[in-house]
Structures are given as structure tokens and as C-alpha cells.
Design a protein around this ligand. Structure first.
Ligand SMILES: [Zn+2]
Ligand SMILES: [Zn+2]
Length: 274
């Protein structure tokens, strides 16, 4: 399994003293498959920079509707242009996401594209939506199995999910945005790699049960309890230093591998290392 960090950042940039990082996106590859986790603004430029044809994706998992994770309309428009101007065309994209996005995407699409609300003209890729987890508790993608669980986020008013991908190379878990809930503790059980958000600042103990973001120490508590081998933080502001975040997380007693993810890092996971 190869994990490419395309965005370890947040919805904000130009913070004082902080190196800019792109909003969330992760490309996971195994056994000839590619799955993009979150489809944030400008993800095509980052795919290109990482050495990929941006339009060559057939599987996209989107954790929730917030714009720093979900710029699907923009991505689909760019694939349409690729299909018409370059090719080979991408005929179909599978999208694994929340009920809310599945239900409301047609309205959003019509807002952006009133000239072709049904995508009947042009070179649009066919979009196949898979609502998770109610309609699809798990889905096979090649040799992998993708599962999802509902998590608490946006005061509980935002339909948000975390993902787990089990492959012959090992288990990958992705938090999306979440606060404290049973779902996040369940989805990362025995994971080899857990990409976990840490949007809340060190000491912001209310956030996990209020708006719904995790701070470093609670991520450590979750990872320790779930027997996670490696945690990669993402979605942190950078206002706390990496060293302070690691120390705060370690104060939970978590002693597995732990890093603050950076854009364009590549992490490998293979069966003989598991
Ligand atoms: Zn969010
Ligand atoms: Zn977010």
C-alpha cells in the first residue's frame, strides 16, 4: 500500500509563522487500485504535482460536505475537460460518501451547471454514488474492502463518516473530521496506519464534544485503546509546534509510531511489514 499525502492542512492558510499546507486529500494505492480520500479544492493540481494524471481516478471517498473536503463539482468539471481535450477519457467515477452528499449533490450540481443539470451533454464522467454506511456497510474495491462509520462533527448537524480500508497489505483508517464518539474509536481498531485529524488546539478539551474536532491528546487515547500501530496527524493548524503536538499526544500513553503529516510525503505499507 502506498499512501500519498496530497493535503495535510486545513481550510485556512497564511497563518502567522505557519508554513502553508493544502486542505485534506490522500491517495491510497494497492494491487493496482487507486482510492482518493477527500476531494478538496485544487486536488487536481496536487495529483499532477505528485506524478499522476488527475483525471485517472475511478474511486473517491468523501468524508463530509464541508468545502475543505468536498470540491467534487470542481473536480468533475476538470475531468470533463480532460475527457474532451486529451484522454483517454475517464468514463466513470465511484463516489463513496454520506447520505447528505448523495441526496443533495444534484442540487449543488444544478447550481454550478444550470446549462447541463442532468449531465446529458459534454464529456462528463458517469458518477456512481454509494451512500455509506447505511445503504452500504462495506464495499469491495479490487482486493480491498472499504467500510465507513458515522462520526460526530459540526455540532452533530453535519453528516460525517470515517473510513477503514482493509487490504492484503494492511489496514488503513481515515478519520475525516470528527469529535469524540464511538465511531472513531471503532473504525481504527488494530489499524496499521491511522490518518487522524487534530484540528483542535492543544488543551482545547471542549472541542471534541462541542463543535467536533480532536486535539492531540485525545487522538493518543483513541489510538492507544484501539491498538493502532502508526498515527499520522493531519488537519492541524500548525499554530502548535509538531514537537508540542507529539508531546501532548504521548501524554496519553500512546507509544506507537507518530508523526505530523506533511504534504507530498509518501508512506508505504507492505504485508511483510505487518
Ligand atoms: Zn468539517
Ligand atoms: Zn475539515
Amino acid at each position: 500500500m502506498k499512501i500519498t499525502i496530497l493535503g495535510s492542512g486545513t481550510c485556512g492558510s497564511q497563518l502567522p509563522g505557519v508554513t502553508n499546507r493544502f486542505p485534506p486529500a490522500f491517495l491510497v494505492e494497492w494491487d493496482g487500485e487507486k482510492l482518493l480520500f477527500d476531494c478538496s479544492e485544487g486536488v487536481r493540481f496536487r495529483l499532477e504535482k505528485a506524478g499522476y494524471y488527475y483525471a485517472d481516478l475511478h474511486h473517491v471517498a468523501i468524508s463530509h460536505c464541508h468545502p475543505d473536503h468536498n470540491a467534487l463539482v470542481h473536480y468533475v468539471q476538470s475531468v470533463c475537460c480532460w475527457n474532451g481535450w486529451a484522454g483517454p477519457p475517464n468514463p466513470e467515477i465511484n463516489i463513496y460518501t454520506t447520505n447528505q452528499i448523495v441526496d443533495e449533490f444534484p442540487t449543488i450540481w444544478k447550481f454550478f451547471t444550470p446549462d447541463d443539470p442532468d449531465r446529458s451533454r459534454h464529456n462528463w464522467p458517469k458518477l456512481k454514488f454509494h451512500a455509506m454506511p447505511d445503504a452500504n456497510p462495506s464495499i469491495k474495491i479490487g482486493s480491498g474492502t472499504l467500510t465507513a462509520v458515522k462520526v460526530y462533527h459540526g455540532f452533530g448537524k453535519t453528516d460525517a463518516i470515517s473510513f477503514r480500508l482493509e487490504t492484503p497489505d494492511g489496514v488503513f483508517a481515515y478519520s475525516g473530521d470528527t469529535g469524540e464518539c464511538s465511531g472513531i474509536r471503532e473504525i481504527c481498531r488494530d489499524a496499521d496506519v491511522f490518518i487522524c485529524e487534530a484540528s483542535a488546539r492543544i488543551g482545547d478539551l471542549k472541542n471534541p464534544v462541542n463543535y467536533g474536532h480532536l486535539h492531540p491528546k485525545i487522538v493518543g487515547e483513541i489510538a492507544k485503546e484501539a491498538n493502532v500501530k502508526k498515527v499520522i496527524f493531519f488537519h492541524y493548524t500548525g499554530l502548535d509546534s509538531d514537537e508540542a503536538m507529539i508531546a501532548d499526544c504521548r501524554s496519553s500513553g500512546y507509544d506507537g509510531e507518530l508523526i505530523c503529516g506533511k504534504d507530498f510525503e509518501v508512506h508505504e505499507l507492505s504485508a511483510n511489514l505487518v
